[in-house]
Design a protein around this ligand. Structure first.
Ligand SMILES: NC(=O)c1ccc[n+]([C@@H]2O[C@H](COP(=O)([O-])OP(=O)(O)OC[C@H]3O[C@@H](n4cnc5c(N)ncnc54)[C@H](O)[C@@H]3O)[C@@H](O)[C@H]2O)c1
Length: 305
């Protein structure tokens, strides 16, 4: 297991600060540095977290700069232009690309050689942007992608099937956004496929679940203005799989290299995550319809870069 001393979080807004809090409670690292253009905000969040730390496992949490990030094992990028109301994630591409591009340039200039986890939206395009600007192997630049959507999907199936979400293997792949693909054909629990797990689900019901999953963020943003706990937990789970060299399999955004006919574009596919980042990309056996949907998602993303 690698000695994972430090994680840097770039962007100390809702997502960055919540990720820092979740990381602290998980006691994954001893040092967490927060970097934000808004230095007063990063400073305040770091102090608030340090107040909490006396009651958690000891860690040093401070507001710092890119020099502090240079020796981090993982840098999490959450800086970006937040979306409002029903605005799609792709609507803020240009604004976010400027911000993420600048963060990636500064991180690269610091000499950082670790693993980059991008959460900023539109996350597939931002992960690709960070990959292009960092000059690191694609395996080391990961987007949080549809890990969060997959957890929403498992939750929705779990309540319908009266099973624990942990017992259900289910994933959303493709874009983290409106064109994402909820793969019903690969759902399993106890080696049993969906049709055998409960009352038959017709196409309309499946579509309703997929829509509910894809629009979950809009509903949350409608109520509280942003989302934070889900994405922070997904980000920490990715860091944990890397830190513990778990070789866990989860859908995250990565540079496709020919899987399912897709190449040269960042999107979510089930990936093996370990100390080197993406250790392997898996190729799920999708239904024909899901495969076609995935290609549409890939083309949409390709036209967004
Ligand atoms: N991937 C997901 O599932 C997911 C979920 C929720 C939010 N997000 C995305 O995460 C990003 C952050 O969301 P938020 O709610 O925390 O927004 P926020 O506005 O609260 O925080 C963004 C922070 O980035 C900082 N920032 C801006 N430009 C910067 C720069 N050049 N360098 C350093 N810091 C800079 C801002 O000062 C701000 O504190 C957005 O892109 C949002 O869409 C992704």
């Amino acid at each position: 297991v690698i000695e994972l001393g430090r994680i840097a979080i770039i962007g100390a807004g809702h997502v960055g600060a919540t990720t820092a809090y979740a990381l602290m409670l998980r006691a994954l690292v001893r040092e967490i540095v927060l970097i934000d253009d808004n230095e007063a905000l990063a400073e305040a969040e770091a102090r608030d977290l340090m107040d909490a730390n006396a009651l958690a496992r000891p860690a040093r949490i401070w507001a710092g700069d890119y020099e502090d990030a240079s020796t981090a094992a993982i840098a999490i990028i959450t800086a970006g232009a937040a979306t409002h109301g029903s605005e799609s994630r792709l609507a803020v591409t240009l604004q976010s690309a400027d911000i993420v591009g600048e963060c990636a340039d500064q991180l690269a200039a610091s000499g950082f050689k670790g693993i980059v986890v991008v959460a900023s939206n539109p996350v597939d395009v931002m992960a690709m942007t960070a990959f292009e600007r960092m000059g690191l192997p694609a395996a080391q630049v990961i987007g949080t992608g549809t890990l969060l959507d997959s957890s929403r999907f498992r939750q929705a199936l779990a309540s319908r099937l009266k099973l624990a979400p942990q017992a259900i293997e289910a994933m959303v792949i493709g874009e983290h956004g409106d064109s994402e693909v909820a793969s019903f054909s690969t759902v399993r629990a106890g080696g049993t496929d969906l049709d055998q797990l409960g009352p038959a689900m017709n196409a309309a019901e499946r579509e309703a679940i997929a829509k509910e999953v894809a629009s979950a963020a809009y509903r949350i943003i409608g109520g509280k203005g942003y989302t934070s706990f889900g994405i922070a937990t997904a980000t920490v789970r990715i860091c944990e799989a890397i830190a513990r060299d778990e070789h866990a399999v989860m859908p995250v955004s990565t540079l496709a290299t020919g899987q399912l006919g897709i190449e040269g574009v960042y999107l979510s596919l089930p990936c093996v995550l370990g100390r080197n980042g993406v250790e392997a990309i898996l190729t799920p056996a999708l239904s024909e319809a899901e495969q076609a949907q995935l290609l549409v998602s890939a083309e949409l993303l390709r036209s967004s870069f």
